[in-house]
Design a protein. Sequence first.
Length: 122
Amino acid sequence: MSDDKFEATARQVGGKLQDLVDGATGDTRLQMDGKLDQAAGAAQRMLGDAKQTVASAVGEVKATVGSVADIAQRASGTLRDNPLAVTIAAGLVGVAIGFLLGRPSDERTIQIGRARLSYRDR
């Protein structure tokens, strides 16, 4: 349990006890102080939860960045060790992109003189 959560729990319990005792004695001012301590403890607990969530997210981001750096380093080593394979792979990727972008559409156009006729091939 983090320090924030421990302090928050202690504050909430202390506020609840103060509220009960002062409620029994009829001192409304002190009873309100107890309720304020309970609310402050709840807010502090939420702050502790938020800090823990952010710390966890930061840890995950650091791990991801480390993984990406490892992949980039391995790719750099592959390029250095085998440039021909990388060049061939890049060429194949280029051919695939060219094929996908250069596919003929299913619309056909026939031009006779100045007249142009378009139709869709089904």
